[in-house]
Design a protein around this ligand. Structure first.
Ligand code: ATP
Ligand code: MG
Length: 640
């Protein structure tokens, strides 16, 4: 119930609809019992038995007509209120679902990298769809049925009791048995339903992974094993579904049997009551009694069912609450963040920065000053902390010790928006959206100052959604693509920049993906540009063109270029070598060669590798030699 309390703010938004809807259920229920009253009047009028109701003294064609009208009127009224209920509750529950989903998504947007490192995508998707539906079902169907059952039982028993307390006692003795059995069956159904659903999720996850990893599956020629795995899972689903049907099927038959028994007993006792001398219990009253009892069939069937819907709904709501309760570790902190800081020049300082994951030290007392406008190269063996260093600058997480400063300000003082507007990162594994190339490049351009996403407000009366965002400026997209050395590739595509990429952009080559990501980063004209191993998949000629492009835009901007190839790094103003989380070397290309450390060794090995290749077929121009380097052992293999 505690979990239910946290849902109340959402229900409040539609208080009026829920209250009107639930009152409508009660009214509809009461009116649905009225036809049996008119039938009673008609029967007793015809048989001439002495009814306790004075309305039944004889019957004429006129009164019979009135009763008929009464039946129609009651049915109409009941139906009308039922309709009103649906309009109120079902719509309110849909709106609540919309509001929770909207708030969930907005909340998820605010969560940071550490959260997404831990969360599983499939699980999040499932919560946004399956769990949300379960909550909606509880709020709509569930709320309606609970009120329907309670008010149905109360009104029906009141009517039955007024007709015959003896018969009502019999019903009172039987109903708990029926409800008990049905509840037991419903619980079995719920358990088996859940088992089937779990298997469903597994199967879906299996299929999804198989499709995403189709290339790996084909590459290793393990199709048959996959088919076999899938068949086993599919068979298990079949087994569970059959188990479900085995209890689901008998439910209704069993219900009919129990009710049949109950009606038998009631007929026996009721008949005796009618035939008893001086009886005030008439045939009409008996018919009304049986009709009213019949009206209870559905609510009885629903009791067990509704416990399941409620349990599922509450469990699902708890899973959604978990998301709502997660807070980003990195965020603007009132009192610390200075909202007046809107611009950044691009001067970067790492001051004694350390980062630990658990008991592993990933960065260890890094000190580094990168004046604004510097072209900084960063290299080091794989796993030495280069990517992490870049992530600290954008505050994907905060350091365990020390400070990261931008323009002399602790990044924790800069508003996140200011910081991230000023920095573009080309991540090591760029992600492309299933969209056109132009939109993928212009992705970060349209960062308008929208009003904050409203949360916790009703959809009713909320402002209409914003206009569809405009296409990114084609001229800027084209220029960014040129600088990233992508123009020729794009011009070769059927629709140029309007060519759509398949899911995750699989139709692009690795190098094309990298360059699309580079164009996306530079189109925003950031003060600080970070390229994390972004030139690893392009040949040396393309690399040279991109580096030229970068130099063209880097005037006055800070560029941090992480790379393993000396050819990529050699023209940087400063080169930093990271080893096991420490800065071990720092200086220009020539200075580092002189020092004879990691960088000098890297240069020697890469030169040797290209010379070896060159020996095979002379003569050789330097460009071609560099191209060969592509196939030479990668530096990390070499340094290991
Ligand atoms: N979220 C994380 N949780 C735990 N450990 C992490 C996390 N991210 C990175 N690490 C660890 O930090 C170390 C440095 O990782 P990082 O990605 O910075 O290496 P890198 O220098 O970029 O290597 P590469 O050249 O292969 O890209 C690695 O040992 C890695 O396992
Ligand atoms: Mg890395």
């Amino acid at each position: 119930m505690d979990s239910f309390r946290t849902l109340i703010p959402y229900l409040r938004l539609h208080q009026r609809q829920y209250v009107i809807g639930l009152i409508a259920v009660v009214i509809a229920n009461s009116f649905s019992l009225l036809p049996y009253y008119f039938i009673r009047l008609t029967i007793d009028g015809l048989t001439g038995q002495v009814d306790t109701d004075p309305a039944t003294t004889g019957i004429t064609l006129g009164t019979a007509g009135l009763y008929a009208l009464g039946i129609v009127g009651a049915a109409l009224t009941s139906g009308a209120f039922m309709l009103l209920m649906r309009r109120m509750i079902v719509i309110a529950s849909r709106q609540t679902e919309y509001e929770i989903r909207r708030d969930l998504f907005a909340h998820l947007q605010g969560l940071d990298k550490p959260y997404y490192d831990r969360a599983r995508t499939g699980d999040l998707m499932n919560r946004l769809t399956g769990d949300l539906s379960a909550v909606r079902e509880m709020l709509g169907f569930g709320a309606w049925q609970i009120v329907n059952i309670v008010s149905g039982f109360v009104t029906a028993f009141a009517v039955m009791f007024s007709l015959s307390w003896q018969l009502t006692l019999i019903v009172l003795a039987i109903v708990p048995v029926i409800v008990g059995v049905l509840t037991y069956l419903a619980r079995q159904i719920n358990v088996r339903h859940r088992l089937a659903q779990e298997q469903n999720s597994l199967i879906a996850a299996k299929a999804q992974e198989n499709f995403s990893g189709a290339r790996v599956v084909k590459g290793y020629a393990i199709e048959n094993r996959e088919i076999d795995d899938y068949r086993a899972m599919n068979l298990e689903l079949l087994r569970r579904n059959i188990a479900l049907t085995k209890v689901d099927g008998p439910l209704r038959s069993f219900m009919s049997l129990l009710l049949g028994l109950a009606f038998g007993v009631i007929l026996l006792v009721g008949g005796r009551l009618i035939l008893a001398p001086d009886s005030t219990f008439t045939v009409g009253m008996f018919v009304q009694f049986v009709g009213t009892l019949e009206r209870l069939t559905f609510p009885m069937l629903m009791v067990g069912w509704i416990t399941g819907v409620t349990q599922r709904g509450l469990a699902s709501w708890l899973r959604l609450k978990e998301i709502f309760d997660s807070q980003p570790l990195v965020r603007d902190e009132p009192g610390r963040t200075d909202p007046t800081l809107r611009t950044v020049t691009g001067d970067v300082t790492f001051e004694n920065v350390s980062l630990r994951y658990g008991d592993r030290t990933v960065l260890n007392g890094v000190n580094l000053h990168v004046p604004a406008g510097t072209f900084l190269g960063v290299t080091g063996p794989t796993g030495s902390g280069k990517t992490v260093l870049a992530q600290l600058l954008t505050r994907s997480m905060d350091p365990t010790a020390g400070r990261v400063l931008v323009d002399g300000q602790d990044v924790r003082v800069l508003p996140l928006r200011t910081l991230r507007d000023a920095i573009s990162v080309v991540p090591q594994e760029p992600f492309l959206f299933s969209d056109t190339i132009a939109n993928n490049i212009g992705f970060g351009l349209d960062n308008r100052d929208l009003p904050p996403v409203p949360t916790g407000v009703s959809v009713v009366g909320a402002p209409p959604p914003d206009d569809i965002p405009q296409q990114p400026d084609p001229a800027r997209v084209r220029e960014a693509a040129r600088l990233a050395g992508l123009t020729e590739d794009v011009d070769g595509f059927p629709q140029g920049f309007d060519t759509s990429l398949g899911e995750r952009g699989v139709t692009l080559s690795g190098g094309q993906r990298q360059r699309t990501a580079i164009a996306r980063a530079i189109v925003r004209e950031p003060r600080i540009l970070i390229l994390d191993d972004s030139l690893s998949a392009v040949d040396t000629e393309t690399e040279r063109r991109i580096l030229d492009g970068l130099r063209e835009i880097s005037r006055g901007r800070t560029v941090i270029l992480i790379a393993h190839r000396v050819s990529t790094l050699r023209h940087a103003d400063q080169i930093v070598v990271l080893e096991e989380g420490r800065v071990t070397e720092q200086g220009s290309h020539d200075e580092l060669l002189e020092r004879g450390g990691h960088y000098a060794q890297l240069e020697r090995l890469q030169r040797l590798a290209s010379d070896l290749d060159a020996d095979d077929e002379a003569p050789l121009d330097p460009e071609a030699a560099a191209d060969r380097l592509e196939n030479a052992p990668t530096p990390e293999q070499v340094t290991r």
